[in-house]
Design a protein around this ligand. Structure first.
Ligand SMILES: O=C(O)CCCC[C@@H]1SC[C@@H]2NC(=O)N[C@@H]21
Length: 239
């Protein structure tokens, strides 16, 4: 069920609170806000809302024997890619940047934030359908720069359907088909990037694809490969 509210602080915060208070929430339920006053982004950043943009969250129940929960960020990215790809007149400009950002050219179009709560993960997605905020450290873009504004509610229905399909595939067949889909949508190997690691370190190199477990390969200047399990990736040319 998709529930829409006119305004809230953060749809992620709302679903986390609902989980904590034991409200009945099912997989497939989405909470979507027309406006968000305290949107949360990755790495402690905020997420700026915009009239007509998509801001919504859903939950997945974690179960023993299924792929690691953090790979749901790749899953959400693939579902989002499929949703947006169909809307673009020149879809080849759309690429995924590890782990889950969608870029048009070199500009960020959307963001995905996973937050865990006991046996559940809240997955929040923000998409610049109509307007893009100015970001301090990277370029941003909105879909309206590339075509007509999609209807937000129709967009939500399609995204929810793609997400449900990917979730079932992830549970049934594991990570392999998901990684294949992610790779097919990925920015090209050899793209110069800079990785900001959770410990505050920064390392530059060339994007070298992803490992079967979803971690990222970074080719360093000396030709060796470093496997990155967590971090924030910035295109070197945006730096
Ligand atoms: O930093 C990022 O790239 C992730 C941004 C995630 C934003 C979405 S908007 C809907 C949901 N609610 C939030 O507070 N954040 C996520």
């Amino acid at each position: 069920m998709i529930r829409t509210v006119p305004e809230t602080g953060s749809t992620n915060a709302d679903l986390l609170a609902a989980l904590r208070s034991g409200e009945p929430l099912n997989e497939g339920d989405w909470l979507i806000a027309d406006r968000q006053s305290a949107g949360r982004g990755r790495q402690g950043r905020g997420w700026q809302d915009g009239h007509g943009n998509f801001m919504g969250s859903t939950i997945v129940r974690t179960q023993p024997g299924q792929p690691p929960a953090h790979t749901l960020s790749l899953l959400a990215a693939v579902a989002l890619f499929d949703t947006i790809h169909a809307l673009l007149q020149r879809p080849h400009r759309l690429v995924l940047k590890w782990p889950n950002d969608l870029l048009i050219g070199d500009a960020k179009l959307s963001g995905i934030l996973l937050e865990a709560e006991r046996d559940a993960v809240v997955i929040g997605i923000g998409v610049n359908l109509v307007s893009a905020p100015d970001l301090p450290d990277r370029k941003s873009a909105a879909l309206t720069q590339f075509g007509p504004a999609p209807d937000r509610d129709a967009f939500a229905e399609t995204l929810a359907a793609h997400f449900a399909t990917e979730l079932q595939r992830w549970r049934t067949y594991g990570l392999e088909p998901l990684i294949r889909s992610w790779n097919a949508a990925s920015m090209p190997k050899g793209t110069p990037i800079s990785v900001h690691e959770p410990d505050g370190g920064q390392v530059g190199g060339l994007f070298d694809g992803i490992e079967p477990d979803g971690s990222m390969r970074l080719r360093l200047a000396d030709g060796s490969v470093r496997v990155i399990h967590a971090g924030d990736v910035i295109l070197a040319e945006n730096n």
